[in-house]
Design a protein around this ligand. Structure first.
Ligand code: BGC
Length: 373
């Protein structure tokens, strides 16, 4: 817990001091892995010290923590990853920043934009001071932003990135809106690299090409689009020929991931060398299908996801999952809180604030597991 807290503190410091391109403690440590063991220890100690210093960086002076109301809406409570994110966000706002639990209103968008827009209208009626929104449809950002702007309420979008034209508009027109997330191109690239780093670069049967199945999240979402594109691109950039056996949407959902993988394994059998999943929930579903089909991950098939859910990382430690990518919800939640505080204090906020992803493979899975548990 102490470790988690320190990590949190460091992440916030970075979110505040570097705005765009915040680096998490996990990324820092991944980098130090290449250095000597002793140096690694020093770096970790230094990171902890920085974390302690960072505790003072978010200056809450002038923020009325007793009375500030924050409206939060999450696209869907049933999403595994967003549940971790939401829990951390509320914990951080209340336990670290001192806002009152009763003033933090958290709504379930139920994967329905109309329902969520209603909630946002209610936040306006309730006169919340700031909103933190994980939109059901990122494409509704222009309307939602106008709604909030007209009511004079700043908005921090999280997880589902509005189009660049929209964030450019905020900056150009001085609208109090911002986005906090992670660049999905990076996570896709890391997934592809994890396959390239295996002994046969994903070409298990030695036929000169990597034959893969792609299980996608909701394709409206840039995370799904970019992870799909950049995972394959990383293989191609490494000089591998690729063959797409199947691409299908699993909407970030474990049961759908399992069904798609099961059907693909029935249809294509041993031809399937890699299953790429846009997130771990779907990859954990695919793993069940792989095991039911009598296949063995890292021996006759590779499997990669994104998020670093505990079960996924545990499976990497156990050798039954090739890799994942840590979608650093600690840093993202804390940066979202930091941007909200800046709005409350009337400070300048950059239109886009990105947090780094971290590659998770057998090399660092045990260490990452310790941190996320
Ligand atoms: C995560 C998914 C999640 C989605 C929700 C993505 O960044 O990787 O697990 O379902 O966000 O929008």
């Amino acid at each position: 817990m102490k470790r988690k807290l320190l990590a949190s503190l460091l992440c916030v410091a970075m979110g505040v001091t570097t705005m765009a391109g915040a680096t998490s403690i996990f990324a820092e440590e991944a980098a130090t892995e290449e250095a000597a063991e002793a140096e690694k220890e020093d770096a970790a100690d230094a990171a902890e010290e920085t974390a302690e210093e960072a505790a003072e960086v978010i200056d809450m002076e002038g923020v009325d923590v007793e009375n500030t109301k924050i409206g939060i809406s999450i696209y869907q409570f049933a999403d595994n990853f967003m549940t971790l994110y939401r829990t951390e966000l509320v914990r951080y706002l209340t336990e670290e920043l001192g806002f009152k639990k009763e003033n933090i209103i958290v709504q379930d968008g139920k994967n329905d934009q109309a329902e969520q827009t209603n909630q946002i209208n209610n936040f306006v009626t309730d006169e919340v001071d700031v909103m933190i929104l994980n939109l059901v449809q990122a494409s509704s950002a222009p309307q939602v932003t106008d709604l909030c702007n007209e009511a004079g309420i700043p908005v921090v979008y999280i997880n589902r990135q509005p189009e660049e034209a929209e964030s450019d508009r905020w900056e150009k027109d001085g609208i109090k809106a911002t986005y906090v997330g992670a660049d999905a191109r990076q996570s896709g690239t890391f997934q592809g690299e994890e396959i390239v780093e295996t002994e046969n670069k994903g070409d298990i049967n030695g036929d000169g090409k990597v034959s893969y199945v792609m299980i996608q999240g909701d394709p409206e979402n840039v995370d799904a689009q970019y992870r799909t594109e950049y995972s394959v691109k990383a293989l191609e950039d490494a000089g591998m020929e690729v063959e797409e056996l199947l691409i299908q949407r699993g909407d970030w959902d474990q049961a759908k991931g399992q069904q798609i993988a099961q059907d693909a394994l029935t249809q294509f059998g041993d031809q399937v060398e890699v299953i790429f999943c846009n997130n771990d929930a779907m990859a954990l579903g695919a793993l069940q299908a792989i095991q039911a089909a009598g296949r063995k991950v890292n021996e006759d098939i590779y499997l990669v996801g994104v998020d670093a859910l505990t079960d996924a990382v545990q499976n990497i430690v156990d050798g039954s999952y090739t890799g994942t990518v840590f979608n650093d919800y600690f840093s993202q939640a804390q940066s979202a809180a930091a941007q909200a505080v800046k709005f409350l204090k009337g400070e300048e906020v950059a239109p886009v604030n990105m947090v780094d992803y971290v590659k998770v493979t057998a090399d660092n899975a045990a260490e990452i597991l310790e941190k996320i548990k």
